[in-house]
Ligand binder design. Structure first.
Ligand code: ADE
Length: 230
């Protein structure tokens, strides 16, 4: 088994690399990939750069070039659901793309012909995440994660995403990574720790809490790796 761990930003994978030994860097397709081992499990770790285009590329490379057969995403998100506070962990039980819009042709938001509004992560990986949370006494939330190529820092926009997609959190890579994994039949799991509330304070909060929240997510993902390999 070879597990890919993907983040969007350096801050999202640094807490992983810090914990691993015998890391080798491979430069490929304009990005750096880190091969490592954790408790006997082969890992390939990368950050994609922000947004759907870069994360699509990196997820594809991790699967097609590096032959990873599971993909775990670790990173941060903006909260939509009011019960989510900074530092809380949420995994996607489904993902959608909030800025995909051909409604001019009568289609619903987030839908294009032959596509799907919601993509669903692997149920076995979700079960493992729940086991880790239970064993470690971590309050792991679940919900719909909405992806788009926009940093959301407006209560109105956030409210629109909430009502249109019934979403609980938002970020900029989950759906595109999900789409690649789904199409290539690679089980995947998308985890996010809250860095901000996608409102007028979002950019300040994001800068303040990015590193801390990214570490919360990365630490959880490493706990999952151990269990997945068993
Ligand atoms: N990731 C973390 N916070 C975000 C926000 N407010 N908008 C988009 N992506 C995010």
């Amino acid at each position: 088994m070879r597990i890919a761990i993907l983040g969007a930003m350096p801050e999202e994978i640094e807490p992983l690399l810090e914990k691993l030994e015998k890391i080798s860097r491979i430069d490929y397709a304009d990005n750096s990939y880190y091969k490592a081992e954790y408790k006997g499990v082969e890992l390939v770790i990368a950050y994609s750069k922000i947004g759907c285009a870069f994360s699509t590329l990196t997820a594809t490379v991790l699967i097609e070039h590096f032959k990873c057969d599971r993909l775990l995403f670790s990173g941060v998100a903006g909260a939509i659901n009011e019960t989510l506070k900074i530092g809380d962990l949420i995994y996607a039980n489904k993902l959608c793309k909030h800025d995909l819009d051909i409604t001019a042709f009568g289609h619903p938001h987030g839908f294009v012909p032959e596509g799907q509004v919601y993509i669903y992560p692997d149920s076995d990986l979700i079960t493992i995440a729940k086991e880790v949370a239970k064993e470690k006494g971590i309050d792991l939330k679940e919900g719909t994660i909405a992806t788009g190529d926009q940093f959301i820092s407006s209560s109105e926009k956030k409210e629109w995403i909430k009502t249109t997609f019934n979403a609980d959190a938002l970020e900029m890579e989950g759906y595109s990574v999900a789409l690649v994994c789904d199409a290539l039949n690679v089980p995947f799991f998308i985890l996010r720790a809250i860095s901000d509330s996608a409102d007028s304070d979002a950019s300040f909060d994001f800068d303040t809490f990015l590193e801390k929240s990214a570490k919360v997510s990365a630490d959880f993902i490493l706990e999952m790796v151990e269990k997945i390999a068993k």
